[in-house]
Design a protein around this ligand. Structure first.
Ligand SMILES: *Cc1c(COP(=O)(O)O)cnc(C)c1O
Length: 402
């Protein structure tokens, strides 16, 4: 027996799968998925229990590694990414921990973009470095650097595109080619675009990583994460680690994320359209020095981004105001609608000063080298009225310009 799926047409498209894929309704016929808050599952007899524990029969056993809400979330995300299988985790970082634990051992080497999420760098360099995993950090955009960094023991290439806050875009297909030539795997962190805009598997990625905390939930409620990969890799590499290490996704959080994915495509398209409009408006504002947004023709990788991201720039942008920290703080503190926080992927617009928050642990020299200046502001654009958002930002910007 394998766990049944809803009866959907084989050619059902992304928006349909996002709403309908998962598990069939229970015997009670609920239309919205039930929440299965149970730590374990009951078996009809001891023989069946033994078969299920030995993996000879598919069934839910124990929520550290199997639960209906987690399965619904995993099936929905795999369908959206166009990948065969998925495993849910308690957070995005939990997904990366599971990935590294499952695929690396002492003596292995990883090549990683130097512009990925800060905790990813820390986990790889400090924690896995301690266990004898070697890592090289290379340019987000220069494929030659990735090629040069390849060693005989290179097992993984890890990329994130676009990056945060500078929205630098890497060429997924080119990196997949480098990985495969080296006999390694390419992992793509797809948090910033989500599968509504970008499916890395189409460009050769082997594994796609998610923080469900961002656009998948989309309403800033829970922490969650996931890895999408082949069925063989999920079953034989990831599930055994999950069983023993337990970086599990809670059933309730899985339910939230699965419900969030139902509106993913609509939200991403609406939030991205608003972001493009804001990016154009900011680019024309006299108080703004520079705007970072892949949807603008002025973005250095605009064409590549449009090819990889379904012609859409996404819902995160950054901009530099004229002046420095004082001027940036003036704009941030002038807002009444935006949330001053360090997150994105929420229906509420979030405004961030990267140099003093998300990138506050770097030295000023490291920040300067990375282009994260004191006058930089990041916006995770939500679903508020666009004119209200412009007015919210104009309050501080107009003061700088006058
Ligand atoms: C937030 C984030 C993560 C980590 O996810 P958590 O759910 O916060 O653990 C990883 N990568 C990117 C790009 C992120 O934005």
């Amino acid at each position: 027996m394998s766990i049944p799926r809803p009866d959907l047409p084989a050619d059902a498209r992304l928006e349909t799968l996002a709403v309908r894929d998962g598990l069939p309704a229970s015997r009670w016929g609920e239309n919205s998925e039930a929440v299965y808050l149970t730590s374990c599952f009951v078996h009809p007899d001891a023989e069946t229990a033994a078969r299920r524990f030995a993996n000879e029969e598919d069934a839910f056993v124990y929520s550290r590694f199997s639960n209906p809400n987690v399965t619904i979330m995993e099936r929905r995300l795999a369908a959206l990414e166009g990948m065969p299988a998925c495993i849910g985790t308690g957070s995005g970082m939990g997904a990366i921990l599971l990935l590294f634990m499952a695929l690396l051992k002492a003596g292995d080497h990883v090549i990683c973009s130097q512009s990925v999420f800060g905790s990813t760098v820390k986990l790889l360099q400090s924690e896995f470095g301690k266990f004898g995993v070697e890592s090289s950090f290379v340019s987000q955009t220069d494929v030659a650097q990735w090629k040069t960094a390849v060693k005989p023991n290179t097992k993984l290439l890890f990329a994130e595109t676009p990056t945060n806050p500078l929205t630098e875009v890497c060429d997924i297909q080119a990196l997949a080619d480098v990985a495969h030539e080296a006999g390694a795997l390419l992992v793509v962190d797809n948090c910033m675009c989500s599968p509504a805009l970008q499916q890395p598997v189409k460009f050769g990625a082997d594994i796609v990583m998610h923080s469900g905390t961002k656009f998948l939930d989309g309403q800033g409620r829970v922490n969650a994460g996931a890895l999408c990969a082949s069925q063989e890799m999920v079953d034989n590499k990831f599930v055994p680690i999950m069983r023993s290490a337990g970086m599990s996704l809670s059933p309730f959080n899985a339910w939230i994320v699965a419900k969030g994915m139902e509106t993913l495509s609509v939200r991403l398209h609406a939030q991205s359209a608003a972001t493009l409009e804001l990016a154009r408006w900011l680019e024309a504002h006299p108080a703004v020095e520079r705007v970072y947004y892949p949807g603008l023709p002025s973005h250095p990788q605009h064409e590549l981004a449009m090819r990889q991201q379904s012609g859409i720039g996404g819902a995160v942008l950054a901009f530099n105001v004229r002046g420095g920290r004082e001027q940036a703080f003036g704009v941030i503190d002038g807002t009444r609608i935006c949330s001053i926080a360090a997150n994105f992927g929420d229906v509420r617009t979030i405004i961030t000063h990267p140099s003093s928050t998300s990138h506050g642990r770097l030295t000023e020299a490291q920040r300067q080298a990375a282009g994260i200046v004191q006058g930089m502001i990041r916006l995770g654009v939500g679903l508020e009225n666009l004119d209200d958002l412009k007015a919210d930002l104009a309050r501080g910007l107009d003061k700088i310009a006058s």
